[in-house]
Design a protein around this ligand. Structure first.
Ligand code: NAD
Ligand code: ZN
Ligand code: ZN
Length: 389
């Protein structure tokens, strides 16, 4: 089959790879009809995650048709149309029983690698490095889906792919980012990052009753999109974000702050300097605001900082004094997608939201390298790329 493969830093290639096969009695094989490129894929693309190997199949946001099931898969059969959540979860361990699917205790065969850097291991994730299981991803014609009786949700034929594809990740992730803020009517929520995840966090915060949402980014077309969704916007390159947020909230700060940026706001920023390594090497961390630090400093006393942006390894110069002295609660998670599939599918059915609003580009799987390039460089007003195998 054809699949989009990681070939090194800033290099992906669509190649011929072996078709996936059922390896475990609870596996299913899914023929992929739609798959997307995520901001999380950019961390791999930029080489921030060291446990990638040349030829690894990328992609963790996908849906399609079940073509084969292992003998122990109940509730799914060939012909079913499904959306597949990005974390792989067994459904039966202590974590899964508590709804903490993204920290399933049974789905990462390489847990030892993750334990070395994180203490304990989170769940396996499709197409997301060997540390997180080494599972082939869904930017491909077919994928093997472990624990297929737990994760995938069946979708009726009346809803097109574009309305349901993002149940696999970014809609639940934005939703969870807002949910972690314990929003009560009247709240002011600030969201760092107006990428696809930030856009869903904004929409979700409004659906949960936030009175005002303030979006922070530097990219005009992304800020425009946030503004059209009802948010007030701040360009962090033109404004002192901390001062502006203070002014906009009568001197108290937003009730909760969502970090929908992640690691790229901390590490040297190829986004600003293209692929110029010399500039990256001389760039200091202070050239650019570190979103999480800013979110903590901005949050009102007693508020919540909700982190859905992805981080790896250690992050230093953390304003612990501000967090501790001002009663701030810090929360973060890879999304427990399985928890949100049914309620959010109902929201889509009810017409509360059409998740397709983030799609800016549609292209064949073969054009994945171009898709990565424009999504990475934020060119051509690229907000979200959907690939069709
Ligand atoms: P994206 O790269 O399209 O968007 C990130 C946005 O942040 C960009 O628009 C960028 O301009 C902006 N940004 C960069 N530095 C900033 C700063 N200092 N202040 C404010 N904005 C800044 O990515 P995305 O697809 O929207 O994903 C966002 C983050 O969410 C990524 O880290 C991704 O890995 C993560 N993610 C997490 C989960 C989860 O389960 N927790 C799921 C999906 C994605
Ligand atoms: Zn994703
Ligand atoms: Zn489990």
């Amino acid at each position: 089959m054809r699949a989009n493969c990681w070939m090194g830093r800033n290099h992906v290639e669509v190649r011929d790879v072996p078709d996936p096969r059922i390896l475990n009695s609870r596996d299913a094989i899914v023929r992929i009809t739609s798959t997307a490129i995520c901001g999380s894929d950019l961390h791999l693309y930029d080489g921030y995650i060291p446990t990638m190997k040349k030829g690894d199949v990328l992609g963790h946001e996908f849906m399609g048709e079940v073509v084969e099931t292992g003998p122990d898969v109940t509730g799914l059969r060939a012909g079913d149309r499904v959306v597949v959540p990005f974390p792989i979860a067994c459904g039966a361990c202590d974590a899964c029983e508590h709804g903490l699917y993204s920290v399933c205790e049974n789905s990462n065969p390489n847990a030892g690698m993750a334990e070395k850097v994180m203490g304990y291991s989170p769940a396996g994730i499709f197409g997301y490095s060997h540390m997180l299981g080494g599972f082939a991803g869904g930017q491909a014609e077919y994928a093997r889906v472990p624990f297929a009786d737990v994760g995938p949700i069946k979708i009726e034929d009346d809803l097109p792919d574009e309305q349901v594809l993002f149940l696999s990740d970014i809609f639940p992730t934005g939703w969870m980012g807002a949910e972690m803020c314990d929003i009560t009517p009247g709240d002011v929520i600030a969201v760092w990052g107006a990428g696809p995840v930030g856009q869903f966090a904004i929409a979700s915060a409004f659906l949960m009753g936030a009175e005002r949402v303030i979006a922070i980014d530097r990219i005009p077309y992304r800020l425009d999109k946030a503004e059209r969704a009802g948010a007030e916007v701040l360009d962090y390159e033109r404004t002192d974000v901390l001062d502006a947020l203070r002014d906009m909230t009568a001197g108290r700060g937003p009730d909760a702050c969502i970090d929908a940026v992640g690691i790229e706001a901390h590490h040297p920023a190829p986004l600003m300097y293209g692929y110029d390594r010399a500039k990256q090497a001389t760039r200091t961390e202070t050239d650019r605001p570190f979103a999480l630090r800013e979110a903590i400093m901005a949050c009102r006393n007693g508020g919540v900082v909700s982190v859905v942006g992805v981080y790896g390894g250690f992050v230093d110069k953390f304003p612990m004094g501000s967090l501790m002295n001002r009663s701030i609660t810090l929360r973060g998670a890879q999304c427990h997608v399985q928890r949100y599939l049914r309620p959010l599918l109902e929201r889509i059915r009810a017409g509360d939201i059409d998740p397709g609003f983030v799609i800016s580009h549609r292209m064949p799987l073969e054009d994945a390298p171009h898709g990565y390039e424009i999504f990475r460089q934020k060119e051509d007003d690229c907000l979200k790329v959907v690939l069709t195998p």
